[in-house]
Each structure stands twice: as C-alpha cells, then as structure tokens.
Design a protein around this ligand. Structure first.
Ligand code: PLP
Ligand code: ZN
Length: 411
C-alpha cells in the first residue's frame, strides 16, 4: 500500500502522515491487488461472518485485505462498525412503482452515521504512527464519530464546528464522548482550511473528509452490501453528496470488486445534492470542467450543507466511469421522503432522505426505469436531528386531551 498524489503522481509511504502532497494535490491510497484472488476472498469474508470478538467481526475490518492489509491488528480501534441492515420496504417500493428497492441503513453504525466506516480506519492508522491527538472540521457526524473512536483508543480529539446550520444533537454527542469542541463563525469550509494550514504544527492527526484512510474504510459499505446480496448489486445506487467523500469511496470500492472479478456488473451511481448546496450538480448539469463553490450554502439537511466539496474531482471521475448521474432536490422533497422512510420503520436523518427524493425524481424523468432495481444508502440516524423532527412531527401530536380514555374512545 502506498499514497499517490492525484495531481502529480508523486508517491509516499503510508507510514508518514500528511494532509496533502507537497504540490498541494490530494493523496489517494493505492494498493497492489494483482496477487489477490477474488474467489478466495469471498470464502474468507464469508467465514468471518461467524466472528464475534475479534476485529474481523467488524463490518469494516472483515474486509481488511481490501482496506488496510499491512496494519498490525494491535492498533485497530473498532466498535464492530458496519454490520448494518439492508432492508426492503414494500409500501415505498409500491408507491414509487419500481421493481426492486433496497435501503442500506448506515444509520445503524455505533455513532449513528456512515462516518464510522471510515473513522475506525483513520484513527487506527493514526495510532499506528504514534499519534494520540486527533482533529477534524465537521458539520457534525464526523466529529461525533471521531470523538467516539478517539475515546475508545484512549486518545484526545479536537473538533472545529461551525456556529450556524448544524444539528445540536451532533455537537452534544461529540461533547459527551469527551472531545474538545471549538465553535467558530464561518462554514465547514473555513474549518477545513484552518486545519490544512495549522494541523501539522499543532501535532494533530487530521481526519477530514479527504483523509485517504477514511475513504478506504468507507469502501466497506459497498463490500458489505455486495456480500449481503450474494455479490450481485442492483442496477442503481443512490447516495447523498456533501463533501463528496462517500461517493468517491463508493466508486473506489466498486472498482476493486470489478477488478477482482467479485462482481460482474458495475451499478450506475446517482449522486443527489440538496438544492441549497449543490455546486457539484450544477457543474455536472452545465457540462462544466470546474466547480464554482457556493459561498452561502443553505439546506436543512445539515450534513449536506457544504459549498466547496473537497473531493469533486474524484467524484467526477467516479461518475464518468460508471455512467453516473447527478440531481438536486429541495428541502421540501427531502423532508417528504424522510417522512416515508421514517414511517416505514427504517428511519434516517434529513440528508439521507435526499436519496429517496432523488429516486422519485429520476423515475419521473425516466432516467431510472421502473423495471430496474435501486439501492438507497441511508447515511445517518433518525435521532441525529431532533430539531427537524420537532418541526415536522408537531402536527402529529394529539394534544389537549383532558381525559385520555373518554376522549380517545369517543373520537
Ligand atoms: C457526511 C454525511 C453525508 C455526506 O457525505 P459526503 O461524503 O460528505 O458527501 C451525508 N449524510 C450524512 C448523514 C453525513 O453524515
Ligand atoms: Zn503532488
């Protein structure tokens, strides 16, 4: 395993930490999979489903050979993340009229979001290099996840969280795990910039979305889904896009599986953004080559409130490779879809519901055919944003009953 700059192709060892290449380019993990036998791996991954206490009981480390083969087990900090449900919902499927529909509930991760899939790998990598102080800038879920793993690994964490447009639940969860929370006036993008400039001098291992080890860990979402579906993936995978790290990981994971012959057909990806924070969709829809950042992103789906997604180049490459599409949906559409997902019993936070809203839209304009199959990746937990829940469930509360038996029986 080595790190390679996506701009100038310079290589470096994974045994040193740096946020970027000296040319400023992004670093990507490159693994030599030429001697890996895909069929043998399928058998190994299947056998590991019986593990209970070892690191291989984790839904990330089960796939260690494809994620971080060189890392000594003693450095791994795990909460048996992944291992999340793959569901169908007949009422939603019928309403949309699509042949086959799945939901992958990454919301069931230990800190309540898919960020755990990547964070277990980044924190484990940092510990293997001797770091005991970790940091990130976050709209919320990244910080809760980092705070949780840092605490589990007996390390400290420092997180930079914008003052506005974030969910208080996520900040409270982060504080509860013992992190030092630094609030600031500005956006997520400002927090990233600060850590890029000062992380190294402060001796911090930085776990931002571009951290290449987080991306490696997030590939497990597609490995686990493929394994659950006996290595046959649906025609479409829908995923919400904020910083665009998850779609980058998804593309990378699909490429691994295809190259190793573990899947025959690569699904198409539909990347869904919230209208108020959709610089990537606007660039793709206009056929432009350069992303124009949004300086005032605004969506109620706080996990998607990112105006300058750091991974847009990789995301564009991913979509080109798998004939992907993009689309944007309004906050109203997101909240209506969220209600459907919540009432199906699966549940999710607003950002995740962008997937279902996008699916409706793409079925309507016939980008996705009703005879096809689709999978929505639900990224975060229902209880991650109780402010939105309070707003949207208010009228559902029966209020003002004086005598519970009489009035309920007579109504
Ligand atoms: C982080 C996050 C996203 C966005 O993922 P990116 O990798 O930033 O595109 C979507 N939903 C939830 C719940 C998240 O926490
Ligand atoms: Zn470079």
């Amino acid at each position: 395993m080595k790190l390679v700059c996506v701009d100038c192709s310079a290589e470096r060892s994974w045994r040193e930490f740096s946020m970027a290449c000296s040319c400023g380019g992004r670093l990507e993990v490159v693994q030599d999979l030429s001697r890996v036998d895909g069929e043998r791996l399928k058998t190994l991954f299947h056998e590991r489903l019986a593990e209970r206490m070892s690191v291989y009981a984790s839904g990330v480390w089960r796939y260690k050979e494809l994620i971080f083969p060189e890392l000594p087990e003693e450095y791994i900090v795990t909460k048996f993340e992944g291992n999340t449900g793959l569901y169908t919902s007949e009422p939603i499927r019928r309403k949309l009229g699509i042949r086959e529909l799945y939901f992958k509930a990454q919301s069931e991760n230990p800190s309540g979001s898919f960020k755990d899939n990547g964070m277990t790998v980044a924190v484990s990598h940092g510990r293997s290099l001797g770091y005991n102080r970790f940091a990130c800038a976050s709209t919320g879920n990244t910080s809760s996840s980092l705070a949780m793993y840092a605490a589990m690994g007996e390390c400290t964490s420092q997180v930079y969280v914008p003052n506005r447009s974030i969910s208080m639940n996520k900040v409270l969860q982060t504080l509860a795990y013992g992190a030092q929370v630094i609030r600031f006036d500005g956006t997520y993008d400002d927090g990233i910039r600060f850590l890029e400039q000062h992380g190294a001098e402060l001796g911090l291992y930085v776990c931002n979305s571009v951290n290449p080890f987080r991306i490696e860990g997030q590939k497990s979402i597609i490995y686990e889904t493929a394994q659950n579906l006996n290595w046959e993936l649906p025609d479409w995978i829908l995923i919400p896009g904020g910083a665009l790290s998850n779609v980058s990981a998804l593309g990378k994971g699909l490429r691994d599986l295809k190259n190793l012959g573990m899947i025959d057909k690569v699904p198409r990806i539909a990347l869904i953004q919230a209208e108020g924070a959709s610089p990537f969709h606007r660039m793709m829809a206009a056929g432009k080559e350069q992303l124009t950042p949004e300086t005032h992103p605004a969506t109620k789906a706080s996990a998607l409130n990112i105006g300058n997604p750091p991974s847009w180049q990789i995301a564009r490459r991913v979509l080109q490779l798998c004939q992907g599409v993009t689309c944007s949906v309004s906050d109203e559409e997101i909240l209506a879809s969220k209600r459907m997902i919540d009432q199906s019993g699966i549940g999710c936070e607003p950002a995740s519901a962008a997937t279902l809203a996008g699916l409706s839209k793409l079925l309507n304009d016939q980008t996705i055919g009703k005879e096809e199959s689709a999978l929505c990746i639900l990224t975060g937990n229902l209880l991650k944003d109780t402010e939105i829940l309070a707003e949207t469930t208010d009228e559902m509360l029966h209020s003002g009953l004086a005598h519970v038996t009489d009035e309920v029986v007579s109504s």
